[in-house]
Ligand binder design. Structure first.
Ligand SMILES: Nc1ncnc2c1ncn2[C@@H]1O[C@H](COP(=O)(O)OP(=O)(O)O)[C@@H](O)[C@H]1O
Ligand SMILES: N[C@@H](CCC(=O)OP(=O)(O)O)C(=O)O
Length: 373
């Protein structure tokens, strides 16, 4: 399904709308824009497709009630604004979807919810049940509890990971610009790219920051990154403006289509590679790099030459080659304080000397995502 007409066959679609497409010129949430978006999504559901909406705009919706003139810079005030705005935003969606006799459900996610094994299964089950019940899940980052360390900040990558989590057939990214341009669209002479088939198609493209100061967060950087995550996992992406949502969903050649470059992978590992911040690094010798990257083997103490950072068992860490280049990210089975004593030693010796619990891998292959894919 990687042609425009193929969009019409998508049975499950994740649609992401950015703050810049939901706000009026004065900065607050624009009810007319929400109404137009909901009409387009109701049309999509009308032809039998399931819809998951990832909507930004909580912070923007919270500005006016708190008399804040612009988007605050500090995290605590952003979180307060999101706390006030999220309810108002979902209330608007609830009313607009009710015009089409459709119920909505709020889903707030943090990175942890989908990288920890037990949590991501739970998140998947919730989405599956909501969709089975005919509900439109409305997703946002759980801004009020996400600390700066684990925060996405933008919703573009979150949307790509949600698309993968729910096994979507299409990701539609809606912004205030009608597609990806080869330079900042405010500049003369730049033109729209209608298709991106591989990362080399982006060579020479000036992927820039947001336009209208203070509204959007990631600009094109996070959208292109989101497209890379989704297409790398086999999901086609269309990027266009909210005004062209209905045309894009009708398979018309609007915006930019990013074609799939890879195939589906286990969800949790995709999140591990793209949504976690490593707590430290483990340096591998060349043999261990080959074992992990080429043979997809678990990492054993014998292949380690160094450890940096402070972490405990279960934390994400980067596995780096002798030059310091990250080759994989994994969930480590030991604390950083324990590892130096194990470096370079065989599991057999360690088990004999320290007990059978030291037979465990440093990182098990099931908890490893290659960064070289
Ligand atoms: N190469 C480019 N093509 C298109 N838009 C770009 C490009 N570089 C920077 N931009 C800017 O990115 C903005 C969209 O990002 P952002 O404001 O974060 O949107 P959203 O709120 O939808 O996530 C556009 O309005 C545009 O000004
Ligand atoms: N979770 C935040 C999203 C932040 C944001 O602005 O994202 P985006 O507009 O998608 O770049 C909110 O709802 O305000």
């Amino acid at each position: 399904m990687s042609t425009r007409r193929g969009v019409l066959d998508a049975a499950r679609v994740v649609v992401k709308i950015g703050s810049s497409s939901l706000t009026s010129a004065t900065g607050g949430i624009d009810p007319e824009r929400i109404s137009a978006l909901v009409d387009a999504l109701a049309g999509l559901r009308g032809r039998g497709a399931e819809v998951v909406l990832v909507s930004s705009g909580a912070i923007a919706a919270g500005l006016a009630p708190l008399s804040l003139p612009r988007r605050p810079r500090d995290l605590a005030t952003q979180q307060a604004a999101a706390s006030v705005g999220q309810g108002l935003l979902v209330h608007r969606y609830t009313e607009e979807f009710a015009r089409h006799q459709v119920a909505v459900g709020q889903v707030l996610l943090t990175v942890d919810d989908v990288t920890r094994r037990s949590h991501y299964r739970n998140a998947y089950r919730t989405f599956a049940k909501l969709l089975e019940l005919g509900v439109v899940p409305i997703v946002n980052e759980n801004d009020t509890v996400a600390t700066s360390e684990i925060r996405f900040g933008d919703n573009d990558r979150l949307a790509a990971l949600v698309a993968h989590l729910v096994h979507a057939d299409l990701l539609l990214l809606l912004s205030d610009v009608d597609g990806l341009y080869d330079g900042h669209p405010d500049q003369d002479g730049t033109s729209l790219l209608s298709d991106v088939g591989s990362t080399s198609d982006l060579d020479g493209v000036d992927v820039g920051r947001p336009g209208r100061a203070g509204i959007g967060t990631g600009g094109m950087v996070t959208k292109v990154e989101a497209a890379r995550i989704a297409t790398g996992a086999g999901i086609p992406v269309v990027l266009t403006s909210a005004a062209q949502a209905a045309a894009a969903l009708a398979g018309e050649p609007v915006g930019t289509m990013f074609h799939p470059t890879g195939r589906r992978r286990p969800t949790r590992l995709l999140w591990l590679a793209h949504a976690t911040e490593p707590k430290g690094s483990i340096v591998l010798d060349p043999g261990a790099v080959r074992a992990v990257v080429e043979r997809r083997a678990s990492l054993l103490p014998a292949g380690i030459t160094g450890v940096t950072g402070s972490f405990v068992g279960g934390d994400p860490v980067d596995l780096v080659d002798p030059d310091g280049t990250p080759v994989a990210r994994g969930l480590v089975n030991y604390d950083s304080e324990e590892l130096p004593g194990l470096i370079g030693r065989s599991t057999h010796d360690l088990a004999r000397e320290l007990g059978s619990s030291y037979e465990r891998e440093v990182v098990h292959r099931d908890d490893l995502a290659l960064l070289t894919d």
